[in-house]
Design a protein around this ligand. Structure first.
Ligand code: SF4
Length: 365
């Protein structure tokens, strides 16, 4: 009997399938049906003819158990076609996933986060627990029950590098049985040597998103107080090496904070740091969080920064956090559900200006 308080890992699930008599093809079929949200009898061969008896008998309970790894607690559709999902885990903890326009999905990798970014709601509460790889995958299965998913970005709650084994295990399954193109798997990090070392060794190599936020080492230490002490220059060098090795450009994430990292000095610093690099800079105007002392710059100001960077040869995209009309900041849905005991699928909107959101920032603050 498994201990339900322990996060389920994919490796454990595989072991259980083997113990039930599953060969590699049987295990693959169980995992594929789960990850693609297919009915039990989907496919040419009937399960009773394909599976060993013990496995066939255990399947209904197993499917129920897998469905229970991530259940929809609340859904908040945005005006841009995205939807923020509050997902309940089996132990009662909750995390957020975001269905993005055009088949993307942003998943969480931890309950809470230890990096403690000064502008992030999730960072204020610290790390509560790791997600198991099966719980990360379950967010994809849950989302696919409602809509196709062809891209998965690891930009929700948590720092993927702090739960590296589980995230890499999930990535490998998504890039194989899960049917997602490798460049459509996006590993997002504040920058961590363990991740830079592990990613090139994986059988499935995801694209890389690096949360930069500033070119100034001192400011970065203040904004990301518990991120590894790598300078922006060191981070860019490591990310560049990975991008050249994989052929996927780095997605540099920059949460624009009014009066903090939106000045001319940062524009000059970006040109020096990213000029000639193989990457794209995503500028994401901040989504204000109650109780945190940061503000979003005006859209016109953000657009002007993007234009100036473009003119100086930096490929720059100005983006909103997806679904930012519905408490888009990473961790805000979860925090609100803890406040209100929210239990229903809810719709809540507030006014939003500017073009359609495309991608969330890392942690989508
Ligand atoms: S922005 Fe991301 S890395 Fe920073 S505290 Fe929030 S979830 Fe963690």
């Amino acid at each position: 009997m498994r201990d339900n308080a322990r996060p389920m890992q994919l490796s454990e699930l595989r072991q259980r399938l083997t113990a039930l008599g599953a060969g590699p093809l049987h295990a693959q079929r169980v995992l594929r049906h789960w990850l693609h949200a297919l009915p039990a009898d989907a496919g040419r061969r009937k399960p009773e003819h394909h599976f060993p008896k013990a496995l066939f008998g255990a399947l209904p309970a197993l499917r129920e158990e897998l469905a229970g790894l991530a259940r929809l607690q609340a859904e908040h559709p945005g005006e841009d076609g995205s939807a923020r999902l509050l997902v309940a885990l089996r132990d009662g903890q909750t995390v957020e996933s975001v269905r993005l326009p055009r088949g993307g999905l942003c998943v969480s990798t931890q309950v809470g986060c230890a990096v403690g970014c000064a502008f992030c709601m999730t960072g204020t509460g610290g790390l509560l627990r790791q997600l198991g790889s099966a719980e990360i995958l379950a967010q994809v299965a849950l989302a696919r029950a409602g809509r196709p998913v062809n891209k998965v970005v690891f930009m929700g709650m948590g720092e993927p590098a702090h739960n590296l084994d589980a995230v890499l295990e999930a990535i490998e399954l998504l890039g194989t049985v899960g049917g997602i193109g490798h460049k459509n798997l996006v590993f997002s990090t504040v920058g961590d040597d363990r991740a830079f070392e592990a990613l090139p060794r994986g059988a499935v190599k995801p694209a890389l998103a690096l949360s930069l936020h500033t070119t100034k080492p001192d400011l970065r230490e203040q904004l990301l107080p518990r991120a590894p002490r790598l300078t922006p220059t060191e981070l860019v060098e490591r990310a560049e090496a990975y991008a050249r090795a994989t052929g996927y450009p780095v997605q540099y994430q920059w949460t624009l904070l009014y009066g903090v990292n939106d000045g001319d000095d940062e524009i000059d610093g970006i040109v020096r740091l990213l000029g000639g690099r193989y990457g794209v800079l995503n500028l994401i105007p901040y989504n204000a969080v109650d109780g945190l002392p940061f503000q979003r710059p005006a859209w016109e100001k953000a657009a002007d920064i993007a234009r100036r960077l473009h003119r100086q040869g930096i490929l720059t995209k100005l983006r909103h956090s997806a679904g930012q009309d519905v408490d888009a900041g990473c961790g805000q849905l979860r925090a609100r559900s803890l406040d209100t005991g929210e239990r229903v699928v809810a719709l809540r909107r507030r006014a939003v200006s500017g073009p359609s959101p495309l991608l969330p920032s890392a942690g989508a603050p």
